[in-house]
Design a protein around this ligand. Structure first.
Ligand SMILES: NC(=O)c1ccc[n+]([C@@H]2O[C@H](COP(=O)([O-])OP(=O)(O)OC[C@H]3O[C@@H](n4cnc5c(N)ncnc54)[C@H](O)[C@@H]3O)[C@@H](O)[C@H]2O)c1
Length: 301
């Protein structure tokens, strides 16, 4: 059994608690939150879990093998560092840290201590995203030309970090996962409309080594909720709409084909539209967090 403690059971933490409780080989030992009402709610549902207050209380427990950090982004670095220094395996919610140097330091520390350090990039465990990767990787999809992702809504405004740090880790992880690459160039532009210095809307542009271009639009100042990723290939196109429970993934057998022609000494391209079937494959209903927790425990083992 891997003995696990969860730090932070605000909005998202209880989902990790529920999934860890249902993961084979996990003994959920304790949860910690500075808000005792939050830990009390967890214990009502899982009476064998010990409620604690400070994350440090879980880290100090020598019987705990692994720590899951679900606190606000600003606190991830300090808590994760403390946990790794105490020899714990760590699963930390996205974003790993708000400073790339701090992220690199954690990776180094985990390697030195021979401990697992994993970031909760939930969408890598999402069956629709996994299917999207499989389909866009096939020869009949053609080379991926570009991908764009939209993650917007009205709220939830977070006072400490901007919309990019809060939302875009999902999109970046999805695009990296689909392409199997990391971007070599990144541009990001944002605007702060609600509170100075906190960008509510951010547009990001990525260039990948293979030539794939990606665009991400995140915002918590938008009239309606959109969670959509579009991938355009040389032969087919795909749309993953997380809010469409009936047809979460659609594959369009569509494209533009150009052929070079010469007539009367003039050379030009003739562009033909190809509009074929739209296919919506069946997507398994497995909860991504369940797969993520199982993967973490596997890595720890
Ligand atoms: N993967 C996803 O889809 C997803 C979804 C939502 C949130 N998140 C991530 O989860 C993390 C938490 O988000 P949230 O919305 O649950 O935030 P939240 O503010 O609702 O909850 C955080 C909790 O941590 C507690 N806390 C903070 N520091 C602590 C410490 N040192 N010791 C004990 N308790 C402490 C707070 O009291 C609070 O209850 C963030 O990193 C966020 O990005 C991920």
């Amino acid at each position: 059994m891997v003995r696990v403690g969860v730090i932070g059971v605000g909005y998202w933490g209880p989902n990790l608690v529920r999934n860890l409780a249902g993961t084979d080989g996990v003994e959920l030992v304790a949860v910690a939150d500075r808000d005792e009402k939050k830990t009390a709610a967890v214990v009502r549902r899982f009476p064998t879990i010990r409620p604690l207050v400070e994350g440090a209380d879980i880290i100090a427990d020598t019987s705990v093998d692994a720590v899951v950090i679900v606190t606000s982004a600003e606190s991830h670095y300090a808590i994760a560092r403390q946990a790794l220094e105490a020899g714990k395996h760590v699963l930390v919610e996205k974003p790993l840290t708000l400073d790339p140097d701090e992220g690199a330091r954690l990776v180094e520390l985990a390697a030195k201590r021979k401990r697992t350090l994993m970031v909760g990039h939930t969408f890598e465990y999402n069956p629709a995203v996994r299917r999207l990767r499989e389909i866009t990787g096939r020869e009949d999809f053609g080379k991926i030309l570009y991908i764009y992702s939209t993650r917007v809504n009205l709220g939830i405004f977070r006072p400490g970090i901007n919309a990019m740090w809060n939302l875009a880790p999902h999109d970046v992880s999805i695009v990296n996962y689909i392409t199997g690459e990391s971007p070599m160039a990144v541009r990001a532009v944002g605007e702060s409309f609600i509170k100075p210095g906190i960008e509510d809307v951010v547009f990001l542009y990525f260039e990948y080594p293979s030539g794939v271009a990606a665009h991400v639009h995140v915002s918590w100042l938008d009239p309606s909720k959109v969670r959509r990723v579009t991938a355009v290939g040389e032969k087919k196109m795909a749309v993953y709409d997380d809010l469409d429970s009936e047809q979460r993934l659609k594959i369009y057998d569509r494209g533009l084909e150009s052929t070079l022609f010469e007539e009367g000494g003039i050379t030009d391209y003739q562009v033909k539209l190809r509009a074929g079937d739209i296919l919506s494959p069946k997507i398994a209903n497995t909860e991504p967090l369940r797969l993520e927790c199982a993967h973490f425990i596997d890595c720890v083992r």
